[in-house]
Design a protein. Structure first.
Length: 502
């Protein structure tokens, strides 16, 4: 059971009035409830993102690059305003400084031009807020910069204003407010009891899902996301990253089985950090073993490029198409679950919005580990007789085993019945039941597995009243392949059981 942590947003009871009435008493619905727009200002852009990590400057040293930054996580609200009534950056800055005083906030930085240090806004362009900025400009000699901190019982709130000269006497104001906020969980759920193949109803979103797509029954979508890409394959090989790239070497494992890849898009009001933490929390709570998880630079350079290099993974991460770089808003999880004789691997890839009009991208890639299904090839007594008469042996198509185990699956019933009928028609013949494997794994393990599978076939036939004395189990592992073990199809052909005339 998940425990929901309600997100806490600090709201202020009233808007603040400042000197000369330049900031009005009542904020409009489009403004932040704590700080109204400057009188006569026009709102050009605004955005809100939840549980976002941002860098906040708390001190500067004039004429140097020594800007001290701290990382703050919370609700980030940004507003871009234009003021076109011939105000100066000095006058506007004094208004907003008094806003900070009336809020009871401590002014940490109040500077202009080089007094803010060289490239005073370079940190801003590395922050989330810049993707929504239409007005801030760090190239003006008259740029004014204000940062204030307000202590609350929920944590510290930060207020930041960038005030610049624009064109034709217009003043540009970029306002960023960061408020303490708890992580909103329970946006992703795992259902390990759902049978594979069960169709889960798509959740209602503000946009329609891709036609014919659906969530995987194991893992829900992040609340509010919608499906833009969908692909499901009955059997394939998938390359899964298990560690950070080192000297251009990406640690991976290869998994074969049923693959489902779902691409989602989600509003940029949710930070990639919050999305990532929701998936990670849900998977851990469901006893997934996390193989590798990373954020941004910790993912290494070009993780997706390394996975794309594998033919098995080409084009599977849409709608995420760009390579990840150390400064990308990118996060990744790979995990494994063993449950009810089934092994499941998955990858979750998250890529942040690139602009205010863009959306977050999420790809969930789930692989249900299995061996290739050969039930599409059937046998009958006549086929068995023809093969044994001509070759003295026959491949027993349609015998399907649990992955890497000797247990026969229920889908083998039709073939077992055909073998039993053939043996009853040729009661004087005795046979070897010979198990074969591909070359993956050690010789010892494959030899044991091949004999165990041959023995399982004999036991099932004995249960159908075949005389046990007529059959001898033999396991020869990988030493007699039908084809080179160079690709998945050949390996599947080499994993077989044969009936050999004694």
């Amino acid at each position: 059971m998940y425990y929901k942590i309600l997100k806490v947003v600090v709201f202020f009871a009233v808007s603040i009035a400042v000197i000369n009435g330049q900031v009005s008493y009542a904020a409009t619905a489009a403004d932040h409830p704590a700080v109204s727009r400057y009188q006569g200002a026009t709102l050009k852009n605004s955005a809100v993102i939840h549980y976002q990590k941002v860098a906040v400057p708390i001190s500067v040293v004039k004429k140097t690059k020594d800007t001290q930054l701290i990382e703050v996580i919370g609700k980030v609200s940004t507003y871009g305003y234009e003021i076109d009534n011939n105000r100066s950056t000095l006058e506007v800055g004094l208004n907003y400084k008094q806003v900070a005083n009336k809020l009871g906030a401590e002014v940490l930085i109040d500077c202009i031009d080089t007094l803010c240090g060289y490239e005073p806004l370079s940190f801003y362009w590395r922050s989330w807020a810049n993707i929504n900025s239409l007005v801030a400009d760090d190239n003006d000699d008259d740029t004014r910069f204000l940062v204030a901190k307000r202590v609350t019982d929920k944590g510290d709130a930060y207020y930041q204003w960038i005030i610049t000269n624009g064109w034709d006497g217009i003043i540009n104001v970029e306002q960023t407010i960061i408020e303490p906020e708890a992580l909103l969980l329970d946006q992703v759920s795992v259902n390990i009891s759902a049978p594979i193949g069960h169709i889960q109803t798509s959740l209602t979103t503000s946009q329609d899902d891709l036609e014919g797509s659906k969530d995987h029954p194991l893992l829900s979508r992040y609340q509010g996301a919608y499906i833009t890409n969908y692909q499901q394959r009955e059997f394939e090989k998938v390359v899964i990253a298990t560690g950070m790239v080192n000297n251009d070497n990406q640690p991976t494992i290869e998994v074969e089985g049923k693959g489902t890849t779902i691409g989602y898009e989600l509003t940029n009001s949710q930070s990639t950090l919050q999305i990532y933490q929701n998936y990670l929390t849900a998977l851990k709570a469901a006893n997934f073993e996390v193989l590798f998880s990373c954020s941004m630079a910790a993912c290494g350079s070009r993780l997706l490029d390394n996975l794309y290099d594998s033919k098995a993974n080409q084009s599977r991460f849409r709608p995420i198409r760009a390579a990840n770089y150390p400064d990308s808003d990118f996060r990744f999880i790979s995990a494994k679950l063993s449950h009810s004789n089934q092994v499941i691997y998955l990858m979750v890839v998250i890529d942040g919005a690139k602009s205010s009009n863009d959306s977050n991208k999420i790809v969930v890639d789930i692989v249900e580990k299995s061996e290739i299904d050969t039930t599409k090839v059937s046998i009958d007594p006549e086929y068995l007789n023809n093969e044994i008469t001509q070759n003295g042996k026959v491949v027993l198509h349609g015998l399907n085993f649990a992955f890497n185990k000797a247990q026969l699956l229920p889908s083998s019933t039709a073939s077992l019945t055909a073998i039993k009928t053939y043996l009853a028609l040729h009661s004087k013949q005795d046979f070897y039941v010979v198990g074969h494997t591909d070359s993956v794994g050690s010789y010892e393990v494959n030899s044991q597995l091949s004999k165990a599978r041959a023995q399982s076939v004999i036991e099932e036939l004995v249960a159908l009243n075949v005389d046990k004395k007529r059959l001898i189990a033999v396991g020869i592992g990988p030493v007699s392949p039908r084809s080179a073990n160079s690709n998945d199809a050949n390996k599947a052909e080499n994993r077989r059981v044969e009936l050999v005339l004694r």
